[in-house]
Ligand binder design. Structure first.
Ligand code: ZN
Length: 329
């Protein structure tokens, strides 16, 4: 079996605010006089996770705070063999909290630029919007997205039973502006949330989406349209949405012919890295190197990366598989 650390990987679903190193959280908390409760052994559900995540977010205040976590994200991802990442960031929420709509994203982009140059990784940004928040904030999110070419998509996250209807016009405007749409759905709620993300939400990809399995006709539609799913097994287990990794429905999604990518979602909460996610999936389900390379290739294809980046990454994956000669003959 090949080393999955060296498999060139694309990471499509990871929240920047949930990648902050423990020592960075401690340093920022200290600088701002914030008390951060220790991470629990295990979260008792999404609400407890969200509360802890909120405290970490409150530690992000100065431009240098945002730039620091973005640069460290590049370093930590590159160390895991991630060659390309689309990192999710709740820019408008931070801007609203700090009274400066543009600063948090600008600072993150500055940190990402430095990190990409230093660590040889390519990173783009997805701006997310909690569903329970206002239409106006989503409009701010879209404005930020269209103002910065590094932002490839926007999308909604959070309570999936909160309807998308109020946001439909913004999704249409985003699609018309060439901004991608990636929504969390089928994580906490059922197949109906995935269908809503596809229809009202015009989703190019689905964050999580594993509950689509409840509806065979939806599975068929996802397969026929080749809509990629950003599957995050260790997050699902940590947040109590799957009983265990071995009982996670990931193999059912693969066997149904869906486009499955592997992601960490909230690595600082679970302790997972993208490599450990791949290793855990291989160990739990017995996939061979070819199958693991296929997960990585699926993420490359499902990304918003430029075509030349996709071609380069596919070649790197082929090299990892020792398929160079096959391709050059
Ligand atoms: Zn997520």
């Amino acid at each position: 079996m090949r080393d999955l650390l060296t498999l060139p990987k694309a990471h499509l679903h990871v929240h920047l605010e949930s990648t902050v190193r423990p020592e960075t959280v401690a340093a920022l908390a200290d600088a701002h006089g914030i008390v951060v409760p220790p991470l629990p052994e295990a979260f008792d559900g999404f609400t407890q996770f969200a509360a802890h995540n909120g405290v970490v977010r409150s530690c992000l205040q100065r431009p240098s705070d945002f730039a620091r976590i973005a640069r460290e994200f590049c370093a930590d991802e590159a160390a895991q063999g991630t060659r390309y990442a689309e990192v999710t960031f709740t820019a408008a929420a931070h801007g609203e909290r700090l009274g400066d709509p543009g600063m948090p994203l600008l600072a993150v982009l500055e940190g990402l630029a430095a990190g990409q140059a230093e660590y040889g990784i390519e990173v783009r940004v997805i701006l997310d919007h909690p569903r329970r928040r206002s239409l106006e904030r989503l409009r701010t999110t879209l404005r930020l997205a269209v103002s910065h070419p590094e932002v490839v998509a926007i999308g909604v996250a959070g309570e999936e039973d909160h309807p998308l209807t109020p946001f439909a016009d913004v999704f249409r405007e985003a699609a018309e502006a060439g901004v991608g749409l990636v929504h969390h759905a089928g994580e906490c709620c059922g197949a109906a949330s995935v269908r809503e993300a596809l229809t009202l939400g015009r989703a190019d990809r689905i964050g999580h989406g594993f509950r689509a399995l409840e509806d065979p006709s939806l599975v068929a539609e996802l397969r026929d349209r080749a809509v990629p799913l950003e599957v995050c097994p260790s997050s699902n287990v940590a947040l109590g949405l799957a009983g265990s990794l071995s009982s996670h429905p990931l193999p059912l999604l693969v066997d149904a012919g869906l486009v499955v990518t592997l992601n960490t979602d909230v690595p600082s909460a679970t302790g997972a890295t993208l490599t450990s996610e791949y290793v855990a999936v291989r160990e739990a389900f017995g996939y061979d190197d070819s199958a693991m390379a296929a997960f990585s290739a699926a993420a490359v294809s499902a990304s918003f990366a430029a075509e030349d980046t996709k071609v380069r990454l596919r070649k790197e994956i082929d090299t990892w598989m020792g398929r160079d000669q096959v391709n050059t003959c």
